[in-house]
Design a binder for this molecule. Sequence first.
Ligand code: ACO
Length: 401
Amino acid sequence: AIDIKTLRAETGMVTIDPGYKNTGSCESAVTFLDGEKGILRYRGYSIEELAEKADFLEVAYLLIFGELPNKAQLAKFHSDIKEESQVDEEMKKILDGFPKSAHPMGVLSSLTSALVAFNPTSVDVSSETAMYNSIVRILAKFPVLVAWTLRKKKGLPLDYGDDSLGYVENIHKMMFKRPNQEYKKDPIAIDALDKLLILHADHEQNCSTSTVRIVGSSHAGLFASLSAGISALWGPLHGGANQAVLEMLEAIEADGGDTKKYMAKAKDKDDPFRLMGFGHRVYKNFDPRAKIIKKAADDVLGNLGIQDPILDIAKGLEKEALEDPYFVDRKLYPNVDFYSGIIYRALGIPTEMFTVMFALGRLPGWIAQWREMRLRKEPIGRPRQVYIGENLRSFVPLEKR
Ligand code: ACO
């Protein structure tokens, strides 16, 4: 007898929507995105205005708590973060266990998960105070983990931050301070980093953010939810695209810079090659972040006196795509990842670290979405399915198979 529901009509009200192309998972007041018009706002403020006028820590506060902080609120927030800026020395042993060749995203996700063991109260999600404590803790310790991950790659000694500095300046120092050399403030690099972090800070229910919310919905704790989010971000169809874009641009350059050849490959349905950094699930118009980053790439490279042939290749690809019916018809425009790697490279960040930089920027967004999910007391995330496999059958012993 058939006891499974094989007919669509028998499955009840289950919507099948692979990739959740049309399914909302929550109501959210954090980020507004209009993909047709190319609009992005955090808590009602346009990304263009925030990138120009705010700093990353203010934006983090805005995303997480819903309003821009006044001076006293910002000072208290920063001071609470500084209080937590130490990472247990034992964590260095965990980092030591990884080969130097390990991908930084795997290292970062593991270290973020391992932080739970050294901060056991971080699993407490029962009150706003407990959540606040975990939030400032991770905002303090995550940049240390990012800096350590980079320093391990470069074979530099692991260090802690400098509490006398601003949040992003401190990150820059932790990443780039050379042993036995005084750290020199580099305003151009710090401003560029600040802007990039703001532009990556949230993007509503993308793959990694949805992952953070769904893991958090089981009350798994903030750090574990973030670790899962980092893994989701790693993939080349999501945050990993920034690494993939640069590798693609380098490959085009090494191949003689023939952009037309690669445009043809991207359009060829029998060729797995895609133009990395192009296309977006929601934007069917220019990604407003890409516009800001393209200009920032010009400014930063100009200010640092760098001429990077890869920037010309990127601009060439963009120009061709904007005139090509394949890309025009499918509304494929450059996304946030298309120009970001060129700036990271100019700042001296290795290609494999690009997605880690994305994670650093996205941290406040993940936290804001996790906190919203908790405060709204959302139920555990548990999608349904329509079963299409075998009906009941009898077990066949191994020797008879
Ligand atoms: N190059 C060539 N063709 C593309 C590209 C691309 N980059 N992106 C989409 N297409 C084509 C698809 O082949 C498809 O064509 P078809 O209708 O003839 O079958 C059509 O455009 C629609 O694409 P889908 O893959 O169905 O769109 P989806 O919304 O599922 O995917 C995604 C969006 C993953 C971003 C896709 O555009 C892509 O792979 N881009 C390259 C990777 C990338 O840059 N990712 C970063 C996204 S931003 C972020 O996560 C931070």
